[in-house]
Ligand binder design. Structure first.
Ligand SMILES: Nc1ncnc2c1ncn2[C@@H]1O[C@H](COP(=O)(O)OP(=O)(O)O)[C@@H](O)[C@H]1O
Ligand SMILES: [Mg+2]
Length: 397
């Protein structure tokens, strides 16, 4: 019976996502962590949902309602290591940020340094796993009733990905691990000067546990703030693109959730935070995607189509039609007027319709490019992003 009620909650979620009605952010948040994660996942799928729905869903990346201080205290008492109580003072009871799975409070280390404490909400993990079983059952039923769903929205694949990413985030120690992975990439490239402008917060490992993370307070502005007050410039975006581009295309190993709230900046310096999810993509695929973008930038559309065909796991159903559709699509594009995101969405749609299938790692790269493009659109809507970033190709081996 209980499972039926849980199931209903998610049927209503999918109805909101795929139905005709409006998106109600608060009601999605009320459905819990898994529901929010599912909705966030579809927020970048403008190949499946309308652009307007995606725009509304993207609000789920921003703040959610905080939990009361009593509950935060409970988590700290249950989970913080002993040294925490000896070294952490002046915890601010009002959080600086709250998200679906945790929240962040300012405090002071006894050595005088400003720090932040991030906690995982009580029951977050248990509720998530419980909801996950209910959703799996639902997805299985849905797939039996509508086998076509697999090709269109791949619910099982989506659930699997969400489970992997969220379980990683639910153990805060993974944030330090992720920062270390990215940091090592940077250390290995001392000749790439711009990469040396990238930094990560310092972590207090001995004060940290699965559900409590203590790190240095960064007194900088986030890119999302910088976009709101107009202080994040297009030059800084290009610098950010160059940095993330190196991880995406050269390493095929990158911050999997680099939205503007997870980046701090000052001058040429950048800080990546919230580094739990490091995505790894086949390096061959990553380089191929870069060649694809280069072909688009140089308006070599036949070559662009050819690269997508090579990157696909399966062949197009009809070669001639595929190449023709590709030509037609891009004949109608003006690279100055049409954003990179719109081009990518239209291309993905065309390829999928033609019967091409891309490997699992493809989507995180596309999502990352959409974030960067979204930032570019906000700080320089007139810019020709693709042309401007292709000159950084020389950074890559
Ligand atoms: N080290 C830090 N210094 C200053 N502010 C921070 C720091 N870490 C997090 N924050 C603030 O808290 C917000 C949420 O932190 P984040 O690590 O991104 O957690 P979430 O998983 O909730 O997105 C950030 O956008 C930022 O405003
Ligand atoms: Mg974040």
């Amino acid at each position: 019976m209980y499972n039926v009620i849980l199931g209903l909650k998610f049927i209503s979620l999918f109805h909101t996502l795929f139905g005709k009605g409006e998106i109600n952010i608060k009601s999605i948040e009320k459905k819990g962590l898994l529901a929010v994660k599912i909705a966030q996942m579809y927020a970048v799928r403008s190949d499946l949902l309308s652009i307007e729905k995606c725009r509304q869903l993207q609000k789920l990346y921003e703040n959610s309602s905080p939990i009361p201080w009593e509950e935060v205290k409970m988590v700290l008492e249950e989970s913080a290591p002993k040294a925490f109580w000896d070294e952490v003072t002046n915890i601010d009871e009002t959080p600086i940020a709250a998200a679906s799975l945790g929240q962040v409070h300012r405090a002071k280390h006894i050595d005088g340094k400003d720090i932040v404490i991030k906690i995982i909400k009580p029951e977050a993990s248990k509720d998530f796993e419980r909801d996950l079983s209910a959703v799996r059952v639902l997805a299985r039923i849905a797939l039996t009733l509508y086998p076509k769903l697999k090709r269109l929205a791949d619910p099982m694949g989506t659930i699997k990905t969400i489970a992997r990413l969220t379980r990683t985030e639910l153990d805060l120690r993974n944030e330090q691990k992720g920062s270390e992975i990215l940091s090592q990439v940077k250390e290995a490239e001392p000749d790439l000067e711009h990469l040396q402008n990238l930094h990560f917060p310092h972590f207090y490992t001995h004060l940290t546990s699965e559900r409590v993370l203590v790190s240095e307070f960064l007194p900088y502005k986030s890119v999302s703030k910088g976009l709101q007050d107009g202080s994040f410039t297009y030059a800084q975006l290009l610098n950010l693109f160059r940095t993330q581009g190196y991880f995406l295309f050269e390493q095929g190993k990158f911050h999997g959730d680099l939205h503007p709230g997870n980046i701090f900046f000052e001058g040429e310096k950048l800080w990546f935070i919230d580094n739990a999810n490091i995505e790894v993509t086949d390096a061959h695929f990553a380089k191929g995607l870069l060649d694809f973008l280069e072909s688009l930038g140089k308006e070599k559309f036949h070559r662009a189509a050819k690269i997508m065909e090579i990157l696909s796991i399966s062949a197009p159903k009809n070669y001639k039609k595929y190449y023709q559709d590709f030509q037609d699509l891009y004949a109608g594009f003006d690279s100055k007027k049409s954003s990179l995101t719109n081009q990518m969405i239209a291309t993905v749609k065309l390829c999928v319709r033609a019967g091409l299938v891309f490997p699992e790692g493809a989507f995180p790269i596309v999502k990352s490019l959409m974030y960067l493009d979204g930032i570019a659109l906000k700080c320089a809507p007139q810019a020709d992003l693709l042309k401007d970033v292709l000159k950084y190709k020389e950074d890559l081996a």
